[in-house]
Design a binder for this molecule. Sequence first.
Ligand code: GDP
Ligand code: ADP
Length: 188
Amino acid sequence: MTNQDQVFVVCGAAGSGKTTVASYLQKHFGMHRVITHTTRAPRPGERDGVDYHFEDDTSMGQLHLLESVTYDQAQYGSSMESLEEGWHQGRADVIVLDTKGALTYHQALGDRVTIIFLTVSKLDVLVRRMTGRGDQKEAIRSRLKSREYQRDLHLPHYLEHIAHVIVNDGWTQTAEQLDDLVGKIVSV
Ligand SMILES: Nc1nc2c(ncn2[C@@H]2O[C@H](COP(=O)(O)OP(=O)(O)O)[C@@H](O)[C@H]2O)c(=O)[nH]1
Ligand SMILES: Nc1ncnc2c1ncn2[C@@H]1O[C@H](COP(=O)(O)OP(=O)(O)O)[C@@H](O)[C@H]1O
């Protein structure tokens, strides 16, 4: 199996460290970060084309997406073209998805997909991390109430025996587990 075939899907609850892990895989292993599309408003510091392609309902509806979901009242979706961009460059892809999207990738791409599910051992840490990264209070409140946030707090049954679970309490340990997992799958 070559890097061209591979996509690492990072999922887990809000604040569990998905973006941090994706950036690490991008920097440390030269993976191609797939930028997905969303109708949610940018957070402080987020940039269009870097964190997300920020869309409105009309532009979102015109995209040709491999999959799309509703998460806390906003639309999110990813395209096959952006996955292929990485593979054409000979790089493995890394993408941040919700757990429903992770399942769709598993079903569509089979063993080309490695799913990493992030969690923490004490869930109150998640809110502290969201506050720490500058999320607005109202945005956090809405997120916590959403069905999708509640669903992705724990490994959903449909990802059991499929996802690699990493408890992201401390970064050193998380990085070690990522190095171990990635080393087994792609040539670095
Ligand atoms: N299925 C799917 N999920 C996505 C996509 N882009 C982002 N997500 C997920 O949507 C959820 C909400 O993302 P975001 O608003 O950035 O909140 P965060 O979880 O606090 O980082 C997260 O679980 C993301 O992983 C996508 O293209 N498809
Ligand atoms: N192991 C960790 N220890 C402490 N803080 C962390 C750790 N991993 C991530 N963070 C911080 O927690 C916040 C949320 O992480 P982020 O990657 O944005 O989460 P997500 O994308 O899952 O919502 C960020 O400020 C990030 O720097």
